[in-house]
Ligand binder design. Structure first.
Ligand code: PRP
Ligand code: URA
Length: 209
């Protein structure tokens, strides 16, 4: 059974408050999304496997541990997930990056796929799906299904703000996936926007509205 981890770290809470503010500029919004993603990544990577290594220091041999096996693959859900990529790559610079393009049909609110490019060896990697918003959960659930179809088994989901409905949907569709959220809000409105949320994450990141 997957776990749902809600962050309570003061730095993350502080930055989430700034992110929500409707007066936060596009530039600051981008920086905050990236910084929060980087801070969240610390916990998301906690169970990465390690191997023993001997390191020659100027004085002697240190018995240490380093990451073992293949690197993580981060998969941002386009568009808004792109804003989280730089932050997570600053912690895991050798990670691979796949992309899944989905948008929510404004009438049906169902996710529509328009792009999918994943590393050929994604099945052997730990995959972390990146999307700032988990609203109905339709986009995240569809993205995870695409990744599973390519054989990946170790999948985590990282969201900045989630609605309870979205968490329930992903837990139901993908009970094996751990979910990491910086904040969980009250509800969705009639347009399936998270309340209070932060508005449209893609538009705020890219300044398209
Ligand atoms: C947003 C967000 C998620 C999705 C969440 O993307 O980035 O991908 O909505 O909603 P859901 O949980 O109800 O599926 P959007 O469709 O607005 O596309 P964009 O990132 O290109 O702006
Ligand atoms: N997508 C967003 O960008 N914001 C929401 O509140 C819901 C979905």
């Amino acid at each position: 059974m997957g776990q749902v981890l809600i962050y309570d770290h003061p730095l993350i809470q502080h930055k989430i408050a700034m992110l929500r503010d409707k007066n936060t500029s596009t530039k600051d919004f981008r920086e905050l999304v990236s910084e929060i993603a980087m801070l969240m990544c610390y916990e998301v990577t906690r169970d990465l496997p390690l191997k023993d290594v001997d390191v020659e220091t100027p004085i002697g041999i240190a018995h240490e541990k380093m990451l073992a096996g293949k690197d993580i693959c981060f998969v941002p859900v386009l568009r808004a997930g792109l804003g989280m990529v730089d932050g997570v790559l600053s912690l895991v610079p050798s990670a691979r990056v796949g992309h899944i393009g989905l948008y929510r049909d404004p009438d049906t609110l169902e996710p529509v796929e328009y792009y999918c490019k994943l590393p050929v060896d994604v099945a052997d990697r730990a995959v972390v799906v990146l999307d700032p918003m988990l609203a109905t959960g339709g986009s995240a659930s569809a993205a995870i299904s695409f990744i599973k179809q390519r054989g990946a088994k170790d999948i985590k989901l990282m969201n900045l703000i989630a609605a309870p409905e979205g968490i329930d949907r992903v837990v139901e569709d993908h009970p094996d996936v751990d979910i990491f959220c910086a904040a969980v809000d009250k509800e969705l409105n009639s347009h399936a926007y998270i309340v209070p949320g932060l508005g449209d994450a893609g538009d705020r990141l890219f300044g398209t509205k």
